[in-house]
Design a protein around this ligand. Structure first.
Ligand SMILES: C[S@@+](CC[C@H](N)C(=O)[O-])C[C@H]1O[C@@H](n2cnc3c(N)ncnc32)[C@H](O)[C@@H]1O
Length: 253
């Protein structure tokens, strides 16, 4: 282990620029032990949630799929297997994550590319399917990221997002914060010598809308929620979405 990770999660979620910078450093630090950490933090449930995400997508013959904030590639590989005649691009901000994903890749129809959730390196209306697990919560700006998802999705395209879900009641929000800060921070301490790694989950949720507000924002940004499924007493939630009509500000599509 090198020098201890120096940044404090809570000081870096206030503005898009700070959050982006924190995430880049945080996930670069987390990358080498990320797969183990996610298994541990989710009590080995994470893989089944990701399988549920991909299983909830529609049957399509050869879709163009994007997996956002792909990390080490779990969901991209599940998409590659689910749609063998389709194509999958996993996108992530962090080089360490992308290198690990590329090293694990055994699918000829899956590739990885660097990119930011808020400035996706893809043309308008180019994706039939967009996915993200623990993705949108990390966006420097949620509405910009959702607008990007709508921009790259074809009309009527499908999306599915899995993430921690913030309860509506302030007391439950507090309990969730304490539990996640303690539990995820513990794994940060064990694996990286500081609770700031992975303790970030709790801080990022503090700046994230609660589940009702999140659903409102999704609708405002042009999505219909076609299914939702909650796991682990609602700590995480899978949302399956459809793009409604043509996104605003798109020309000639
Ligand atoms: C909690 S991990 C999730 C990884 C993977 N989707 C999974 O479920 O295992 C969050 C991922 O978001 C990426 N990330 C953070 N900020 C990002 C941004 N602005 N644009 C793209 N990816 C970002 C991180 O590098 C990291 O790989």
């Amino acid at each position: 282990m090198g020098e201890r990770f120096p940044l404090k999660a809570r000081d870096h979620v206030g503005t898009p620029a700070l959050k982006r910078r924190f995430n880049e450093a945080h996930f670069e630090e987390a990358a080498p032990r990320y797969d183990f950490a996610v298994k541990a933090m989710s009590l080995c449930r994470d893989a089944s949630w990701k399988r549920a995400l991909v299983a909830a997508l529609p049957d399509l013959p050869a879709p163009a799929c994007l997996d956002l904030a792909c990390g080490t590639g779990d969901v991209a590989f599940l998409l590659g297997a689910r749609y063998p005649r389709g194509t999958v691009v996993g996108v992530d901000l962090v080089t360490g994550m992308l290198r690990l994903a590329e090293g694990r890749n055994r699918y000829p129809n899956v590739r990885f590319e660097a990119g930011d959730l808020c400035a996706l390196p893809f043309p308008d209306a180019s994706a039939d399917v967009v996915t993200g697990s623990y993705a949108l919560r990390n966006a420097p700006d949620l509405r910009t990221a959702l607008a990007e998802v709508r921009r790259v999705m074809k009309a009527g395209g499908a999306a599915a997002f899995l993430d921690f879900s913030r309860p509506e009641h302030p007391l439950l929000q507090r309990v969730q914060y304490i539990l996640l800060r303690g539990w995820c921070g513990l794994w940060g301490t064990i694996l990286h010598g500081t609770p700031e790694v992975h303790g970030y989950v709790a801080e990022s949720l503090n700046g994230f809308p609660d589940r009702r507000r999140f659903a409102d924002i999704l609708r405002q940004e042009g999505f219909s929620i076609v299914a939702s499924r909650r796991f682990f007493l609602g700590i995480t939630e899978l949302l399956v979405l459809r793009g409604r009509g043509t996104p605003p500000n798109r020309e000639g599509v």
